[in-house]
Write a protein that binds this ligand. Structure first.
Ligand SMILES: *Cc1c(COP(=O)(O)O)cnc(C)c1O
Length: 435
C-alpha cells in the first residue's frame, strides 16, 4: 500500500458550503466567516487505526521523519498533501498520566491527565503551529505573524526559525508571562509589545496581515485547528479508541474547543470511535464570555473585558465562537467558569504531584472538581483533563506564591536559608520527618 494512493484531497470550506483551494491564502470566506479544512477520504476507520499504529511504532531506518511526530502520523486527517514541505520538531506524543492525588483532589476516580506541556516549546500550540508554518512554507509566505497571550508567539517563533521564515508577534505589553516572552525573544521573532489587551492585538495583526501580505497563524487560521485536532486523536488512540465519558479543557480564544469538536465529529463519522465524549470547556471567571453564552443557550455572543491570573485564557472576545458552539452542542457538552482561587488551588496540587502546569492549564482540573461537586461527574466516570502548558511558562506566579506572598499560604514551599553546618541540615531534616 503506498501512502499516496489514499485518494485524499483537501479544501477550505465556508459556512455556506463555498469551497476554496487549499493553497488559497485567505483567513475568511467572502462572507466574512471563518473557514474550515475538509478532507475527502476513502479510508475506513479500521484502515486509519492500523496505519496510525504502524507509524507510531516504527523506529530507525524504516521510519519517515514525519511518522515520529504526534501530529503528522495522523496526516490523512490533518494535511494529506504536505509532502516535503513539513516543518516539524517533531511534536505531540504527549503522555496520558494517572495520579492518585489528583483523583483524590477532584473526586474523579477515573481521571487521566493529557499533558500537552510536553511539547517542544511547552504548550499544545506546537501542534497547530507545525501545520500553520508548513502551510506558510507551501504558499511561499515572506513573513508570518500572530497575536498572542504568549504561547502562540513562543511556538511561532520556534517553528518560523526552523523554517527560516521571519516572524512578527504582537503581544499585550506587560501582560505576558516571563517564560513565554523570553522564549519568543530567544527563538528570534520580532516582538511587538502592543499598548492594549490581547483582543486589540488580534484586531491589529489581522489588519496588518491583510494590508502588508504577512501570513497569519492565529487559531482563526483553519490549518492550526487541523493540527490541534491531533490532541484528541492521540488520546483516543492511547485509550484504545474507547472514548472517555468527559473530555475537559481550558478555553480562551476557543480555537482548541473548536479543534476538539471537529476532531470528535470526524472520529465518529469515520468510525474511529463509536460514541463521543461530553466536551467541557472551562473558562476563568474574569474572562468567561463563552460561559455566559452557554448560560443563555448561545442566544447572544458575549464580550467582556478580561481579568485573570491565567494569562493564556485572558481573552474577552473569543474568535472561534461559532465553531466552538458547534463542538459543545454536538457533544452534549458543558461550559464552566472557575475562579482564580480555584485555578490556583488546583495548580498547587498539580505542581505538588510533580506533574506541574501553568495557571491556565489548571482550570481543567478545577473544572473536573466542580463537576464532581455538582454530581455531573460520578466517581465511576472516565474523565480526561488536558493540561495545556508547562510549569515553567509562568515562573512569576511561582515566585509570588512560594517565596513572596505574605502571609505565606499553608502549602507555600519557602526556601530555607541556613548556616553552612551539618547541624543546620540535621535540624531541617528533623522537621521534615516530623511533618
Ligand atoms: C492558548 C492556550 C489556552 C487556550 O486555548 P484557546 O484555543 O485560546 O481556547 C489554554 N491554555 C494554554 C496554556 C494556552 O496556551
Amino acid at each position: 500500500m503506498t501512502e499516496h494512493a489514499t485518494g485524499a484531497q483537501s479544501w477550505q470550506q465556508a459556512g455556506d458550503g463555498t469551497r476554496y483551494h487549499e493553497h488559497d491564502v485567505r483567513m475568511r470566506a467572502d462572507d466574512g466567516g471563518l473557514l474550515e479544512i475538509m478532507h475527502a477520504t476513502t479510508d475506513t476507520g479500521a484502515m486509519l487505526r492500523a496505519r496510525f499504529a504502524a507509524r507510531c511504532c516504527m523506529r530507525g531506518a524504516v521510519s519517515r521523519a514525519e511518522d515520529l511526530s504526534g501530529v503528522w502520523r495522523f496526516r490523512e486527517l490533518v494535511m494529506p498533501t504536505a509532502g516535503d514541505a513539513i516543518v516539524s520538531h517533531p511534536e505531540g506524543n504527549t503522555p496520558l498520566l494517572g495520579r492518585d492525588r489528583l483523583r483524590a483532589f477532584t473526586g474523579a476516580d477515573g481521571l487521566l491527565i493529557k499533558h500537552e506541556g510536553h511539547n517542544p516549546t511547552g504548550s499544545f500550540k506546537d501542534r497547530g503551529m507545525t501545520v500553520g508554518v508548513t502551510q506558510a512554507k507551501r504558499v511561499g509566505a515572506r513573513a508570518v505573524a500572530c497575536a498572542s497571550t504568549g504561547n502562540t508567539s513562543a511556538s511561532l517563533a520556534s517553528y518560523a526559525a526552523n523554517a527560516g521564515i521571519p516572524a512578527l508577534v504582537f503581544v499585550p505589553d506587560g501582560q505576558i508571562a516571563l517564560g513565554k516572552l523570553t522564549q519568543t525573544l530567544a527563538y528570534g521573532a520580532r516582538t511587538l509589545m502592543v499598548r492594549g489587551d490581547f483582543d486589540r492585538c488580534l484586531a491589529l495583526v489581522q489588519e496588518a496581515s491583510a494590508s502588508l501580505g504577512i501570513y497569519l497563524v492565529n487559531s482563526i487560521n483553519p490549518w492550526r485547528i487541523e493540527g490541534q485536532k491531533t490532541i484528541v486523536f492521540e488520546l483516543l488512540e492511547q485509550l484504545g479508541w474507547i472514548a472517555p465519558d468527559f473530555l475537559v479543557l481550558p478555553a480562551g480564544n476557543l480555537g482548541n474547543t473548536a479543534a476538539f469538536g471537529k476532531a470528535l465529529r470526524e472520529a465518529r463519522a469515520l468510525g474511529l470511535i463509536d460514541r463521543v465524549p461530553r466536551l467541557v470547556s472551562v473558562q476563568a471567571e474574569g474572562a468567561n464570555p463563552f460561559f455566559r453564552g452557554f448560560a443563555d443557550d448561545f442566544a447572544t455572543r458575549h464580550r467582556v473585558e478580561a481579568h485573570t491570573i491565567a494569562t493564556a485564557i485572558k481573552i474577552g472576545d473569543p474568535a472561534s465562537w461559532d465553531r466552538a458552539v458547534q463542538g459543545i452542542r454536538e457533544s452534549d457538552g458543558l461550559v464552566l467558569s472557575v475562579s482564580d482561587e480555584e485555578i490556583l488551588a488546583a495548580k498547587v496540587v498539580i505542581d505538588a504531584t510533580g506533574v506541574g502546569c501553568e495557571p491556565a492549564s489548571a482550570a481543567s482540573v478545577a473544572g473536573v472538581r466542580q463537576l464532581v461537586a455538582r454530581g455531573v461527574v460520578q466517581p465511576s466516570h472516565s474523565v480526561v483533563a488536558v493540561l495545556t502548558g508547562h510549569v515553567l511558562k509562568d515562573p512569576g506566579i511561582l515566585v509570588q506564591y512560594h517565596q513572596e506572598r505574605e502571609p505565606a499560604p499553608p502549602d507555600a514551599n519557602r526556601p530555607i536559608v541556613i548556616d553552612a553546618t551539618i547541624r543546620a541540615v540535621a535540624d531541617v531534616l528533623d522537621r521534615v520527618s516530623a511533618a
